[in-house]
Every structure is written in structure tokens, then in C-alpha cells.
Design a protein around this ligand. Structure first.
Ligand SMILES: *[C@@H]1O[C@H](CO)[C@@H](O)[C@H](O)[C@H]1NC(C)=O
Ligand SMILES: *[C@@H]1O[C@H](CO)[C@@H](O)[C@H](O)[C@H]1NC(C)=O
Length: 357
């Protein structure tokens, strides 16, 4: 027999099989639909101002308002620590510089039935908005065309002089298609050239510069609300109809949290919150976990998601934050920038209230 030794051929066959298994799913799907991402000149982009009170006042409002929910509360205005360092590991040192919220798409592109055409290139969005240098950080669906299945995205992307740094993580159910209760999850980093996302997202947009930010440290939860809901409710109570928005990062420094990870798209329509709940996979995850996202205290007639944070950890955890499951052990440490406006991109024309939690 001529040719390479048998073991080489076996290895080649195995390697090819692995390659195909990884890529065939995506290839099959991309035949079905036009995989071009959304052309931002052809979708609606609306911008509305938010009320931006002095940071010091917000710190006072939260110092008081968070006491209902946490036994220990310390809210101050600080120079942002270098967020490129552990545990935050962002792509820029700070959160400041022309800070705004961006909401892309929305839950109506996921339920009742998925809109596979809603694929967005985030680097193209920054170019379209004329933002450079820029940081986009927050929570949304990940780029299913990359994995071949639906996934969570922890968005952490920056651009400087046209060069993109992509630090976004995605988390998907593993193995894909596993039944609820029998599945695990896998977190991975997107490659530098993959700047797409899909369906929906809530991000802080800024220049990523160092600057003054809100630092919120709380421990030992004694109220029913989760960390972000407690902040949003405290702001809402004080500012009323003047809508305030902020975005940034918080660390779950101690304790455990309940996250969900979306499985692949449902074959049957998801018509209610109960349907969505049955479809999602829930997991308990362990500190330390860094979460990125946004909150806003009003809707501004833009059909906004009022809060949305996704988490990522160096030990492989990650997903959509719901609440902590160990109230007495919990410690949160957050850094947030106030946003001057909300940019609403490709707002669904037909909307509903499903899947907003
Ligand atoms: C509150 O936070 C500030 C800033 O991090 C710190 O200097 C101060 O010691 C903290 N206070 C308490 C009671 O922990
Ligand atoms: C953000 O991106 C940086 C640089 O690419 C990466 O090292 C870091 O792990 C990412 N952080 C998160 C929270 O995803």
C-alpha cells in the first residue's frame, strides 16, 4: 500500500469530521436565509434625551434607596478604576465620554417566531453612528450564524482609529439540542473578525475613557428585588417621569446567581411568558462573575427593555442575569456611567410584552 501511514489518514478523517461537525450546521442555515447583516441606512434609528442629574445627587438617591434591599450600601462618585484589568477585563479603561444607551431590535424579533434576517454588525453600527473611539458593552443575543445556534452575548467591543478589539463572549446550551434539565452550557470568545450580533441588545455606548462614575457596593440582600431592579426602582421613585438611564459593569463578588441561557430557536411559536420560561434553560452560577448591561427608568415611547445584564466569568460561567440565590452571602460591586440619551435602532414595528424579564 502506498500513501501516508494509516494513522495519518485516520487523523485526517477525524479532523475533517470535527471540522464538518462544527461548520455544517452554520452552513446549512446560511443557505436558508440571506446572511447579509442589516443595512443601517434602511432601518429606523431614533434618539431621545434622558434626564442626566449630577452624579453626586444620583449617589445620594441610591445610598438612601438601596437600603430597602441591602443591609450594607455604599454608593460614591469615583474615578473609574482601570477596567481593562481583572476582574472586569473590558476592552477600554473607562466608561466615559459621550455616554449613551443603545437598544437594538427587541424581543419581538425572537418571539413568537425568530426573525433570522435580524443580524447586526456592531462594528458597522459604530461606523454608521460616527463613533470612534468607542466602547460598546452590554447584553444581547449573540451571533447565531457564527455558532449555528442561538446564544447569549456578553458584548465587549471597542474601536480606535478604525481598529476593532473584539472581546465579546457567547454562551450556548451544550450539547446543542440537549433537553432542559439535562443540558450544560459552554462559553467562548468570538474571534476578532466576528463583529456580528443578532435579534436584540442593550448596550452602553461611550468613548471608553477614564472618568467619574458611580460606584455602587452592596452586601447581604434583605429585599425581594435583584441588584439592578433595586437600582432602577430607587431612581424611578426619586426622579419619577424624568427618565434616567445608565450602563456599565458590575461584579458579583460573592454568592451565587440564577442565569438563563437560551437554547436554539424554538420550533413552535413562543406566545407567552410561560412559553418562554419553559423554553429557556436556567442554571445557578458562582461568583466571581462580571456583568455588563444597561437600565433605564422610563420608556420614552421607544419600546425599551428597562434593564438587561449578561454575565461572564473566567471559570466558564455566563448568561442572562436574573437574581442571586444566596441573599445573605451576596456582594455586588458596580461601576456605572449616566447616559445622556437612548439611541433606538430598528425598533420592531409590531411589539408585545413577552420575554422582557
Ligand atoms: C465607601 O466607599 C468608598 C469608596 O470606595 C471608600 O473610600 C469608603 O471607605 C467606603 N465606606 C465604607 C463604610 O465601606
Ligand atoms: C473583553 O475583551 C478583552 C479584550 O479583548 C478580553 O480580554 C476580556 O476577557 C473581555 N471581557 C469580558 C468581560 O468579556
Amino acid at each position: 500500500m502506498t500513501g501516508p501511514p494509516l494513522s495519518w489518514r485516520v487523523r485526517w478523517v477525524v479532523a475533517s469530521a470535527i471540522f464538518l461537525a462544527n461548520h455544517i450546521n452554520a452552513a446549512a442555515l446560511s443557505d436558508e436565509v440571506n446572511m447579509a447583516s442589516i443595512d443601517y441606512s434602511k432601518v429606523s434609528i431614533e434618539e431621545k434625551p434622558l434626564y442626566a442629574p449630577p452624579l453626586k445627587e444620583v449617589a445620594e438617591v441610591l445610598s438612601e434607596g438601596l437600603r430597602k434591599t441591602f443591609e450594607f450600601v455604599n454608593v460614591t462618585v469615583e474615578d473609574c478604576p482601570d477596567l481593562t484589568r481583572e476582574p472586569f477585563d473590558l476592552t477600554t479603561p473607562g466608561l466615559s465620554g459621550d455616554s449613551k444607551l443603545v437598544e437594538l431590535g427587541g424581543p419581538p424579533y425572537l418571539t413568537p417566531q425568530v426573525r433570522r434576517d435580524k443580524v447586526y454588525d456592531l462594528a458597522a453600527l459604530l461606523r454608521h453612528l460616527g463613533r470612534d473611539p468607542a466602547l460598546l458593552a452590554g447584553a444581547g443575543a449573540g451571533p447565531w450564524p457564527y455558532l449555528g445556534v442561538n446564544c447569549e452575548g456578553i458584548i465587549n467591543l471597542s474601536v480606535r482609529k478604525g481598529a476593532v478589539t473584539q472581546g465579546t463572549r457567547v454562551v450556548s446550551v451544550a450539547p446543542p439540542g440537549a433537553a432542559k434539565g439535562q443540558a450544560s452550557y459552554v462559553q467562548r470568545r468570538l474571534p476578532p473578525g466576528e463583529t456580528r450580533t443578532a435579534l436584540l441588545g442593550n448596550y452602553l455606548l461611550s468613548e471608553g475613557r477614564p472618568g467619574r462614575v458611580l460606584k455602587v457596593v452592596v452586601e447581604k440582600r434583605i429585599g425581594p428585588s435583584n441588584f439592578i431592579t433595586a437600582i432602577r426602582e430607587a431612581l424611578k421613585e426619586w426622579y419619577g417621569d424624568r427618565a434616567v438611564g445608565l450602563g456599565g459593569a458590575f461584579l458579583l463578588a460573592a454568592g451565587k446567581v440564577k442565569h438563563h441561557v437560551m437554547p436554539d430557536f424554538s420550533a413552535s411559536p413562543l406566545c407567552s411568558d410561560e412559553d418562554v420560561d419553559r423554553w429557556l434553560h436556567y442554571f445557578e452560577m458562582t461568583a466571581p462573575i462580571v456583568h455588563l448591561g444597561t437600565l433605564v427608568t422610563g420608556d420614552l415611547g421607544l419600546d425599551l427593555r428597562v434593564q438587561h445584564f449578561h454575565g461572564y466569568s473566567a471559570h466558564g460561567d455566563g448568561g442572562h442575569y436574573h437574581y442571586d440565590t444566596t441573599p445573605l452571602q451576596v456582594r455586588y460591586e458596580g461601576y456605572f456611567a449616566l447616559a445622556s440619551s437612548v439611541i433606538r435602532v430598528d425598533r420592531p414595528s409590531e411589539t408585545h410584552g413577552i420575554g422582557r424579564d
